[in-house]
Ligand binder design. Structure first.
Ligand SMILES: [Zn+2]
Length: 447
């Protein structure tokens, strides 16, 4: 947009310019080329001061720029390809996040993942546009049309992109190993939410919505108590993916009654009897979660644990005697929590004064002036771009550590180099959990 030029004027000028290549171009046609529904597109064309005005998100500006570029040079790539490459990923990720919200937050039926046809899922215009972009990308790359049917498409989204949408745009964005939905829980991956950014049509992130009640209860407390309750609650849950009613009852003595009730009634739920194997539920010796039957024996239900540790059964329990964390909690707290508490426990054992989730999760771990964030994105490019845009809570710390689980480096040996390149920030140290432990051993020895 030019200096001082309003968004409305800029869009009008853009449309005029595009009309050279597309005679008779209407606003609705332009909206559909951009994969935006016509009503939402109207909001971008209002005067800045009007009610209902929306600022154009960056991904749309990029898409418009690539449309302009492709239409002005005659030898350029076809327009379909230009719009697809700019919008395909955010539009698809946006659809995934909207569908998840419907099932996770609004309590609608879980749909799509089981590949069962006939489950009604409301599709809005944006969803249909996202599906059309997938179809277009598939057809122009000689792939079967994966965008035609919503159940099929959502099921595909549980697989890494290189299994089904191995196209140049996806490879260029470093997304080959990325999947948008966790197959087990039907919840968007952290990457899906990151890629969707402002493309979901939602004002708050899923995690924010999921923990709204919890955070509201905390806000009623004085800050230091709220921070303490936050850490205690999250740590309890991370250390108890399943817990007995006795454990939960005892924890009630350490926490505010209303928070305890929230844990009891919403964070935890009954364990289905189908989780029993030969009459009891096997419990993982490493992380305390339940185990399930895998191809070659029992495997832990926490994915991060199953990847990192040899399967080892500890105790067993009757399904009716224990509760399990609900699927949102599992995805947002328990999966990442495995490496967080492992690092926390190791540093504590080394006699550092270490805090877990300080200031209601400003960073994951802090030791005085050192802030540590753990992230398990499969794509170093997606994580790098996130931190390039904002380093979040690490800004409060003198020494900044961005730590990834060791299993991620094992899967992608070039991960750290690619992460540094995409992030382009010299003041953040990128390490694996194992390397971080070595780093602190050295600091300990030097002290
Ligand atoms: Zn485990």
């Amino acid at each position: 947009m030019g200096d001082g030029q309003s968004q409305k004027a800029w869009l009008s000028a853009t449309k005029k310019q595009l009309s050279v290549a597309y005679p008779g171009l209407t606003w609705d046609a332009l909206a559909s080329m951009l994969g935006v529904d016509t009503e939402s597109f109207k909001a971008y064309r209002l005067p800045t001061t009007a009610t209902g005005f929306s600022a154009l998100p960056q991904c749309l500006k990029d898409a418009i720029a690539s449309l302009l570029e492709s239409s002005s040079s005659p030898a350029s790539k076809p327009v379909e390809q230009a719009e697809t490459s700019a919008l395909l990923i955010p539009a698809l990720a946006g659809m995934v996040v909207r569908k998840a919200r419907a099932s996770l937050i609004d309590g609608a039926m879980v749909a799509g993942i089981s590949r069962l046809p006939g489950i009604p899922i409301g599709l809005n215009q944006e969803d249909r546009n996202a599906m059309a972009l997938v179809s277009k990308a598939c057809l122009s790359n000689g792939l079967p049309d994966h965008g035609a049917e919503i159940h099929e498409l959502l099921w595909r989204c549980t697989l890494p992109f290189d299994h089904w949408l191995d196209i140049p745009e996806v490879r260029a964005a470093g997304l080959g190993r990325t999947n948008l939905i966790h197959g087990e829980d039907g919840i968007p991956t952290v990457e899906a939410e990151e890629l969707a950014q402002k493309f979901t049509g939602l004002s708050a992130g899923l995690e924010e919505q999921l923990f709204l009640k919890f955070l509201e209860l905390l806000r009623k407390q004085p800050t230091s108590i709220a921070n303490e309750y936050y850490t205690r609650t999250r740590e309890f849950v991370v250390r108890h993916p399943v817990c007995s009613s006795e454990e939960l009852r005892k924890f009630g003595n350490e926490i505010h009654l209303q928070i305890w009730m929230l844990l009891n009634q919403e964070f935890y739920e009954p364990v289905p009897s189908a989780w029993e194997i030969d009459g009891t539920v096997p419990i993982c010796a490493h992380c305390g979660n339940a185990m399930k039957k895998g191809k070659a024996g029992l495997v832990c239900r926490t994915t991060a644990c199953a990847i990192s540790n040899p399967a080892t059964q500890g105790s067993t329990a009757n399904a009716s005697d224990i509760l399990r964390a609900n699927r949102g909690i599992r995805q947002y707290w328990i999966e990442p929590g495995l490496d967080e508490v492992r690092l926390f426990d190791t540093l504590k054992a080394m006699s550092f004064t270490v805090e877990l989730y300080p200031d209601r999760d400003r960073v994951d771990i802090a030791i005085g002036e050192i802030g540590i964030d753990l992230k398990s994105y499969t794509s170093p490019e997606t994580l790098g771009r996130k931190f390039k845009a904002s380093i979040g809570g690490l800004a409060h710390y003198e020494t900044k550590l961005l730590v990834i689980p060791d299993w991620i480096l094992k899967a992608t040996p070039s991960y750290i180099d690619r992460l540094k390149l995409a992030m382009d920030r010299k003041n953040i140290l990128c390490l694996t959990v194992g390397q971080a432990i070595e780093y602190f051993k050295k600091r300990h020895a030097d002290a």
